[in-house]
Design a protein around this ligand. Structure first.
Ligand code: 5AD
Ligand code: SF4
Length: 436
């Protein structure tokens, strides 16, 4: 068996959701703790981790072409690890199809990467798609330096089994991380420079601890960290919007006025076939309750067009729901059959052109509402958390409380919270004027 010298440099490429971005950061920290350093821009890395996403499209095919592209001119390849949800779903299949891949590691097992790397240098290939009962988090090193905005995974997995979705299979059952671990990790993030923390979970608002405390209790406790200015959370399920969490939007000033609450469709028959266990109306009632305590809340959602069997008239109900809500921003997708999910084998699969046409109409409505939301913000004064330098000298980019991108010029620095007046709105960003 061919041996390889231990890797000196790594590169982690993350695809897909914020949870994957978080996992990618944690894997980078784990590799850093082994004395492996990040490869510089343009430098050939000894170890490449492809942190994959399986939620839509031909994700697996994309992984194989990415692997092919890693081959060097002399025919050799770096040590390649495939991580994330494609790793979980495809496992051994990847090993069989891509000899260059030495490690396949699922989202619940990546704390075992160092041991797998050691094996790989000895020429052994390993697949680890276990979902161990003891969670990986305890086995990961402490957080290193972070930017002004940081992610904190509080919950993983999903028990909802929406009929189109692969997550319950790739990420497993819902687990909540312990309260004290999360508070400790939040303190570490703030010490490392974070001013804003986004709590992450596939079903983040299903988070509960052993004493049955809900997410609002965690947010309340994190609010007490003085240097932490902002808290957000994503992604939520409508059925887990409890009274306590809704009340928190009115009671906790550090909880930003933004809610990402996917609905997927506006027609009750389609929602039932999706196994969403809410109706269009019950969803709208949840939003009413949030608006009652936080009238300026910016709303966001996810939509799928062309779920099997969706008729034109049923799709029109989605447009009606969009009109009723007035979203600040949204994600919308063409339905994509995921192997192993119930919807993939349902009758009435919709032609791609029909989905294209529906998606265009939906996105036109969503873009219209996003611009209108931004335009309504003009004239408002708000705080912007500065995230990075802009394209032009003296220009800065940051986020408003409503998660809008805001650019402005003047004296500032990354991580500062500055007061601006919003003076001009575009579809994707706003111009601000720095207030003294
Ligand atoms: N096809 C299209 N979109 C999907 N999503 C999840 N599964 C699928 C699928 N099979 C979308 C949903 C979800 C978001 C993360 O991705 O809208 O909320
Ligand atoms: Fe997938 Fe539904 Fe769970 Fe969201 S709630 S992760 S869409 S199964």
């Amino acid at each position: 068996m061919a041996t390889t010298p231990p890797p000196q440099t790594y590169r982690v490429k993350s695809f897909g959701c914020q949870m994957n971005v978080y996992d990618g950061e944690r894997m980078a920290e784990l590799l850093g703790a082994q004395g492996i350093r990040p490869a510089a821009e343009g430098e050939d890395a000894d170890l490449v981790v492809l942190n994959t996403c399986h939620i839509r499209e031909k994700a697996a095919e994309k992984v194989y072409s990415d692997i092919g592209r890693l081959r060097r001119d002399d025919g050799s390849s770096p040590l390649i690890a495939v991580a994330g949800c494609v790793a979980q779903a495809e496992g051994e299949e990847i090993m069989a199809r891509a000899p260059a891949v030495k490690m396949v590691v699922g989202p619940q097992a990546y704390h075992r990467l160092p041991a797998m790397i050691e094996q790989a240098t000895l020429g052994k290939r390993a697949v680890d798609t276990d979902m161990p009962a003891e969670t990986k988090f305890g086995a990961l090193p402490a957080r290193r330096k972070v930017g002004p905005t940081a992610f904190l995974t509080v919950q993983e997995g999903c028990d909802k089994f929406c009929t189109y979705c692969v997550v319950p299979y790739t990420r497993g059952a819902e687990i909540s991380r312990p309260f004290n671990d999360l508070v400790a990790e939040a303190h570490k993030l703030v010490e490392a420079g974070a001013r804003e923390i986004t709590l992450l979970g596939q079903n983040v608002n299903a988070w509960r601890d052993d004493s049955n405390r809900g997410l609002e209790k965690l947010i309340e406790t994190l609010s007490e960290i003085p240097e932490l200015a902002r808290i957000r959370y994503t992604t939520s399920h409508p059925n887990d919007m409890t009274d306590g969490l809704i009340a928190a939007h009115g009671d906790l000033p550090k909880l930003m006025p933004f809610l990402h609450l996917p609905v997927q469709a506006g027609n009750d028959r389609v929602l039932k076939a999706m196994n969403r266990s809410h109706t269009a109306d019950s969803y709208l009632r949840v939003l009413d309750r949030v608006r009652a305590v936080r009238p300026d809340i910016a709303l966001s959602g996810d939509f799928i067009v062309g779920f099997p069997g969706e008729t034109d008239a049923e799709f029109e109900d989605t447009l009606r729901l969009v009109d009723a809500v007035g979203y600040a921003q949204c994600f919308s997708f063409k339905y994509s059959p995921r192997p192993g999910t119930p919807a993939a084998t349902m009758d009435g699969q919709i032609a791609s052109e029909v989905m294209d046409e529906r998606l265009q109409r939906l996105q036109a409505a969503l873009n219209r509402d996003q611009l209108a939301f931004n335009q309504r913000s003009v004239g408002q004064r708000c705080t912007v958390l500065v995230e990075r330098k802009g394209k032009y000298p003296g220009q800065w980019l940051g986020k408003s409380p409503w998660l809008q991108s805001v650019h402005f010029t003047g004296e500032a620095e990354i991580g500062a919270l500055v007061e601006v007046e919003l003076v001009e709105a575009g579809p994707n960003s706003l111009a601000g004027r720095l207030l003294a």
